[in-house]
Design a protein around this ligand. Structure first.
Ligand code: WQD
Length: 342
């Protein structure tokens, strides 16, 4: 896209959103952020500005379901493309609050599409998730493998993909790239930006760094009776800076074609929970006590990406390994024991 490109980033104060804002600002994009701070904080955007040396053009604290407020954002800025991160993403919570998850995640996406259509914006990168594959029969997974979401969060992401695909078939000129992330972990290498979950972390890496920092006595390993090499869950951990770079690559390929395209974002490398613990201890020199507990409801044995499609289409691959993911996550935890309030 010629000249200065303005990208609207929904959920731009969140974990992946904030790292993507740094990546875009570092590469000459102008960034407009909308976020309701329901699972993020303005402090993240202050760190984004500090790292990038300049702030986003504007930050709007709004709920995507507030149609008038969202329309005003498009009135105030000449948006060239949108990256849509804003969503609720806790699997366990989605089982308790399914209607809220469909309202926020699917309703928020259709509200955004209506605002884009009303303002002649036709480029969208959508934050999807490997969780749509559910209890996959095989690994690694390609984009052609069937979706079988097993919880409202994953189903909401799958429904969003269906809505986007259908609208792309009906509206000429719309270009959508849906990126199915596997497990984003790590932090910006500066130690200024990272993952700051509200309350006790659901995800393994922030919980693990919390154990290393003495916030928690030990890591609970949710089950060691899965059909995996050491019995613990296997995932494809991808550095959050690789995920951010993947979004910049997506922006640069939106004009390759119109219509909806889907890509997995992963490394292709599966790592079990116990292998992650060992990698963290090796990388950071901090022992991680753990106990084996029962399985967590909703967990699946293994989710690993086949990253070949995005490599062939964009000549893009991840570049950071598990050691970097552990080192960067730990640096952020050490420098920010109280998240963004220090
Ligand atoms: C990873 C592994 C757990 C915590 C989640 C979302 C998914 C996506 C990525 C957004 C599993 C085990 C975990 C702990 C543990 N998010 N574990 N002890 O569930 O693979 O995916 O984040 O798109 O939608 O569901 O990530 O980090 O919670 O779990 O043993 O305290 O670690 O059983 O095998 P998950 P996770």
């Amino acid at each position: 896209m010629p000249g200065r490109t303005t990208v609207l980033v929904t959920g731009g104060a969140g974990f992946i959103g904030s790292h993507t804002c740094v990546e875009l600002l570092d590469h000459g994009y102008d960034v407009v952020v909308v976020d309701d701070y329901s699972n993020s904080s303005p402090g993240a955007l202050e760190r984004v500005a500090k790292i990038a040396g300049r702030p986003p053009t504007a930050v709007h604290e709004i709920d995507l379901l507030d149609r008038r407020a969202l329309s005003r954002v498009f009135d105030q800025h000449d948006i060239d493309a949108v990256i849509h991160f804003a969503a609720r993403k806790a699997v366990g919570e989605s089982v308790e609050l399914p209607a809220e998850y469909y309202d926020t995640n699917v309703g928020g996406t259709t509200a955004l599409l209506r605002a884009m259509h009303g303002h002649g914006v036709h480029r969208l990168v959508f934050s999807s998730s490997c969780s749509i594959y559910g209890d996959a029969a095989k690994v690694p997974l390609t984009e052609a493998d069937p979706a079988s979401p097993t919880n409202p969060y994953a189903t909401s992401k799958w429904l969003c993909e269906q809505v986007l695909a259908d609208i792309c078939r009906r509206l000429d000129g719309l270009s959508v790239l849906a990126l199915r992330y596997f497990n984003p972990v790590g932090a910006h290498p500066s130690g200024l930006l990272g993952e700051v979950p509200r309350g006790a972390p659901n995800n393994v890496m922030p919980y693990l760094t919390g154990v290393a920092a003495g916030r928690f006595p030990r890591l609970r390993v949710f089950g060691d009776d899965y059909p995996t090499p050491d019995g613990t869950g296997v995932r494809d951990y991808i550095h959050v800076m690789d995920v951010a770079e993947g979004h910049r690559a997506a922006l640069e390929h939106l004009d390759d074609a119109t219509g909806m395209r889907v890509f997995n974002l992963g490394t292709g490398q599966g790592t079990s929970v116990l292998q992650l613990v060992a990698a963290f201890e090796r990388a950071c020199g901090v022992p991680i006590p753990y106990e084996i507990t029962g399985r967590r409801p909703g967990d699946v044995p293994a989710l690993v990406a086949d990253p070949g499609a995005v490599a062939r289409a964009w000549n893009w691959t991840t570049t950071r390994d598990l050691t970097a993911m552990c080192e960067d996550a730990w640096r952020f935890q050490e420098l920010n024991p109280s998240g963004y309030s220090n």
